[in-house]
Design a protein around this ligand. Sequence first.
Ligand SMILES: Cc1cc2nc3c(=O)[nH]c(=O)nc-3n(C[C@H](O)[C@H](O)[C@H](O)COP(=O)(O)OP(=O)(O)OC[C@H]3O[C@@H](n4cnc5c(N)ncnc54)[C@H](O)[C@@H]3O)c2cc1C
Length: 408
Amino acid sequence: MTKHLIVIGGGAAGFFCAVNAARMDPSLKVTIIEKNNKLLSKVRVSGGGRCNVTHARFDIVEMSKQYPRGNNFVKKTFHQFFTTDTIQWFEERGVKLKTETDGRMFPVTDSSQTIIDCLLREANKYGMEILMRSEVRSLRSEDGQFKLELSDRRHLASDFVCIACGGYPKSEMFDWLKQTGHSIEEPAPSLFTFNIPKHPIVELMGVSIENARVRIKNSKLEEEGPLLITHWGLSGPVILRLSAWGARELGARRYEFGVVVNWLPEFTEQRLKERFLQLRKENASQKVVNKNSFGLPARLWEFLAGQSGIKSEWRWADLPSAEQNKFIKNLCSYECVIKGKTTFKEEFVTAGGIRLSEVDANTMMSKKIPNLFFAGEVLDVDGITGGFNFQHAWTSGWIAVRAIANSQ
Ligand SMILES: Cc1cc2nc3c(=O)[nH]c(=O)nc-3n(C[C@H](O)[C@H](O)[C@H](O)COP(=O)(O)OP(=O)(O)OC[C@H]3O[C@@H](n4cnc5c(N)ncnc54)[C@H](O)[C@@H]3O)c2cc1C
């Protein structure tokens, strides 16, 4: 007798699960239920329209360190379907991926449409059923069958369900999942930038620093990497990484906290003092604001000098020790107070979701309800920016379906 799999959600995880299900077990009837009138909408906008499909990391332990939540879970799942499998899967279907210098992988076409077309082609090939504008309102398991109620009051039944509905920003949106008896880790935004309203540093908007170290005061959070000053505050990979690792902690502080920036992370204050002694000799007759020997953007150097009370006409030889010490401090430990966040529009992710202890990482099956599976961002797994979230979506979708195919 034909068995029926219903996949809830027409995003990356749901599609990957559905197309592989139809391929691995052609006898299975597969239906995707999507509440919107668009499929794969996040894939379309992802990576600035280019879709950062995965990341060129080929070591499972190293890869799992990129997930602030769920790193132990993905360590297990990646043993079954990893970055290499993703690259191969798409390549076998005519989609070649390329690697950028920072490790992010994109289709060679630089267009997310290539990924969408590939997944839709697969769906057509296997004749899957897709129900659009249909929101699942409730789900219950009864006598070995699932009963689903849709927003238009239609009722459906199936043998297997894979929940791939993505992350929800608000706790109450998880209510229909809570009713299945699963626990939810409270949602919190991840991947956001830091606002510093009315701070003079925002005059430097557009300035980017190749490598800065940023520490959050009164916490263990510290990261190093490229930093960008914007018209509202601080952004760039180092800030996004901090926001991901600190998603819960910074949320609990209502996004108000102090940060300390070291614009020259290769120097401590002590080492910089020693370097300044040399610079005073080497550059004695040159103006401090003009002679930046550290490769920092000129506007930032001038700004920090100005904030340290250094006049534009002062030369290195005449630099008073009070201003020099202040300058060294501003270069190594520049403090500012963050008030608020801005969601990073390029790659917004929600932390939280289905509690991982209730899901078997070997099959993605619920430990509470047999034949109920989870895939993608609905789980309490989220990665930093760089293709890690999609990798989790592909991996979990694939594992769920392999378990379904094996159970037949
Ligand atoms: C702008 C943006 C850019 C991004 N760029 C990248 C990137 O380049 N690389 C990367 O790794 N990650 C990126 N991400 C994160 C990545 O898109 C997500 O982690 C990923 O899409 C999660 O896939 P998913 O299938 O689990 O969920 P989703 O893509 O959110 O799909 C879930 C689907 O389920 C539907 N749904 C929800 N509830 C129901 C219901 N009750 N009934 C029926 N349908 C329902 C939703 O409408 C949605 O279509 C980006 C995110 C955003 C917002």
